[in-house]
Design a protein around this ligand. Structure first.
Ligand code: ZN
Length: 252
């Protein structure tokens, strides 16, 4: 893996980032997957991270949000040091917050290509984690909002204002074309799944409201379930495999 972006060899990069996951490698080292503001998703080698009293151990815990100082070696990034902004360890307080916050990290891991920057996704992930931490609003709806915004950031235009076939505005029934990820009117419907009115209005709010305003939306369980079905169709296309973090909620 050679990173050559024209920068000087061994240059130091300072960036905010969040730890997605990490794995033990030889001796006392770890490899850490991070989603950073300036470099996108990267793997970073944390030398000596498994040593007792290592200063960097707390910086590489899952979900840790910090200002990282990273240097670029000949063939990899290395963690130099960092200052924690929020360790987000409060999110480990119960199964629900663990499942949903892990799901955010897992979605980023499965959908964003290595070294690809996307400030909007980074910003929404951090905001979502703060909102979950502070128990602001409906956590499930917040996650659906994160999914909708991630889908848009990945180049899928979630257009629910106009029929994708004829361009007319939706004024009665609306159908989801799961084959080309679009919404069509009654006249253009070709045995697609009908979207209920409550799902449509809630989804529209999720598309139009910034993630920090989602707590203002009251959504019925049926609407959230239906939106989950729609986002899942997109995510199956975007992610390299099915995310598993939410599976644990099925056993509660
Ligand atoms: Zn139409």
């Amino acid at each position: 893996m050679i990173y050559s972006t024209g920068d000087d060899f061994l240059s130091i990069i300072n960036s905010r980032g969040i730890v997605l996951n990490s794995f033990d490698i030889k001796e006392n080292d770890k490899i850490v997957w991070m989603y950073t503001e300036k470099l996108g998703k990267i793997s970073v080698i944390a030398r000596g991270a498994r040593k007792k009293n290592s200063k960097i151990t707390s910086l590489i815990q899952g979900l840790c949000f910090a200002n990282y100082s990273i240097y670029k070696g000949k063939s990899a990034y290395f963690l130099n040091e960092g200052i924690i902004i929020d360790s987000f360890q409060d999110l480990l307080r119960d199964f629900e917050t663990i499942a949903y916050s892990s799901y955010i990290c897992e979605l980023i891991n499965l959908s964003i290509p290595e070294n690809e920057k996307n400030f909007k996704v980074f910003e929404n992930a951090i905001k979502a984690l703060y909102l979950i931490k502070n128990s602001v609003g409906d956590i499930e709806l917040l996650i659906r909002s994160f999914e909708v915004k991630l889908i848009s950031s990945m180049g899928y235009h979630v257009n629910i204002e106009k029929c994708s076939e004829c361009g007319s505005s939706f004024n009665n029934k609306i159908y989801f074309n799961n084959r080309n990820f679009s919404f069509v009117c009654k006249e253009c419907n070709n045995s697609f799944k009908e979207v209920s009115l409550i799902c449509y209005t809630t989804l529209r709010a999720l598309v139009n409201f910034p993630i920090e305003k989602i707590y203002r939306i009251n959504a019925l369980p049926e609407a959230k379930k239906e939106i989950g079905f729609i986002t899942n169709v997109y995510l199956n296309e975007i992610c390299c495999r099915r995310p598993k973090s939410l599976d644990m909620l099925n056993f509660l």
